[in-house]
Design a protein around this ligand. Structure first.
Ligand SMILES: [Ca+2]
Length: 76
């Protein structure tokens, strides 16, 4: 590993359940698709990142976005 905590060590069941929402049974046995460091949809984000950000690891359409609100205030 690269020194980062592994999801397998911290929340293995949650990660597997999350994977089943996006991958077929056959895909779940393909570690090149479902390992934490894999990037099944080739969007440049690992499955680990997409799991933590609650994105779809099997589609580039689920993009992460954010809004900047200085000092915790509203946008207006
Ligand atoms: Ca990805």
């Amino acid at each position: 590993m690269d020194g980062r905590p592994s999801i397998a060590d911290t929340a293995p069941i949650d990660y597997v359940v999350w994977l089943t929402e996006f991958f077929t049974i056959e895909d779940l046995f393909n570690l090149q698709l479902v390992s934490e460091d894999s990037d099944a949809d080739f969007d440049g984000r690992s499955n680990r990142f997409e799991y933590l950000a609650d994105l779809n690891p099997n589609s580039i359409e689920g993009q992460l976005s954010y809004q900047y609100c200085p000092w915790g205030g509203s946008e207006n």
